[in-house]
Ligand binder design. Structure first.
Ligand code: NAP
Length: 288
């Protein structure tokens, strides 16, 4: 794939301060005209902006510090986007987070963060940006989901369910937009070595790395290369990594009753590995 497919585009990337989002910015920077980068860690965004500008003097970069759990802040960002006159050609809904451990012991704040960032923000940004794509007569949306969207995952129950939403929503939207010249692609990575696992871990001391994760791991550069290739070729879904892809193809043919037996065994094995302290007291600061 030639990166020139994205020549002169305006791209919006959420979660650009780390991992997969930052790599999207790096790989797209030589081609696109304008980049809008969103995340909470402003120092990271500024460092990335500087790096991109030095290597790509033609590039216009707008970094926006934004907590995507905060709907009012998201609304202000979308209004700024409308008023700026920037028309987004490629929307990469990448920001996301997980939470490893038993649902019964989870903190409501973490659940709410996943529901808001992984589902609500992705849906709202798509909702706000689609009209300008329709007006322009073209556009592309890349939604970052996960292989966890393709089957329930004990001890990642809410995360997997949020990603199931992303995959389902993206497939349906793709069909709706077929005649509008707007493509929708779903990226479903397996394990990728980023900060994701450290964020998803409840106890920093817990080692969540397993031999299986190592074997299935695909580099962030490869994941992004494969994803951009899929967008350029208007593919519906991409599962980077031959082993991951093959495994998910096999999983699709396993009957549900067999999957349940496997889930039960996994859940028992993980029970101790991800044991967390008793559920803390918390105050509900909002609902989705
Ligand atoms: N790594 C994997 O193994 C893996 C596998 C499958 C799918 N994925 C998906 O890939 C996507 C990117 O993950 P990653 O692996 O690159 O993880 P990462 O290194 O932890 O990066 C996550 C990004 O999301 C942003 N983010 C999280 N919460 C946010 C909030 N409230 N407001 C604004 N931005 C927020 C973070 O920025 P700030 O913290 O600066 O706000 C960061 O830039 C996620 O959707 C994840 O579910 C990852």
């Amino acid at each position: 794939m030639s990166i020139s497919f994205f020549a002169e585009c305006t791209v919006l990337i959420t979660g650009a301060s780390a991992g997969i989002g930052r790599e999207f910015a790096r790989q797209l920077a030589p081609a696109v005209n304008t980049m809008i980068l969103v995340a909470r860690r402003n120092d990271r965004l500024e460092a990335l902006e500087l790096e991109l500008r030095i290597i790509n003097p033609h590039l216009e970069v707008f970094s926006r510090q934004l907590d995507l759990r905060d709907h009012a802040a998201l609304e202000r960002f979308c209004n700024w986007l409308d008023e700026s006159g920037l028309s987004v050609d490629l929307l990469i809904n990448n920001a996301g987070l997980g939470d490893r451990g038993a649902f019964i012991d989870s903190e409501w704040e973490r659940i709410l963060a996943m529901l808001r960032v992984n589902i609500e923000t992705l849906t709202y940004l798509t909702y706000r940006i689609l009209p300008s794509m329709r007006k322009a007569g073209f556009g592309a949306i890349l939604n970052v989901s996960s292989v966890a969207s393709l089957l329930p995952v004990p001890h990642l129950a809410v995360y997997a369910a949020t990603k199931a939403y992303v995959t389902s929503f993206s497939e349906a939207l793709r069909a709706e937009l077929r005649n509008a010249n707007i493509s929708v692609t779903t990226l479903c990575p397996g394990p990728v070595p980023t900060e994701f696992d450290a964020v998803a871990r409840r106890d920093p001391e817990t080692n969540t790395s397993t031999a299986a994760r190592e074997v299935f791991s695909v580099s962030v550069q490869e994941v992004v290369r494969r994803a951009l290739n899929a967008v350029a070729r208007d593919k519906a879904r991409v599962i980077p990594g031959t082993l991951v892809h093959l495994s998910m193809t096999i999983v699709a043919f396993i009957p549900m009753y067999l999957k349940r037996l496997i889930f039960n065994a996994q859940a028992t094995r993980k029970k101790n590995a991800f044991a967390s302290p008793a559920r803390p007291n918390y105050e509900i600061s909002g609902t989705i």
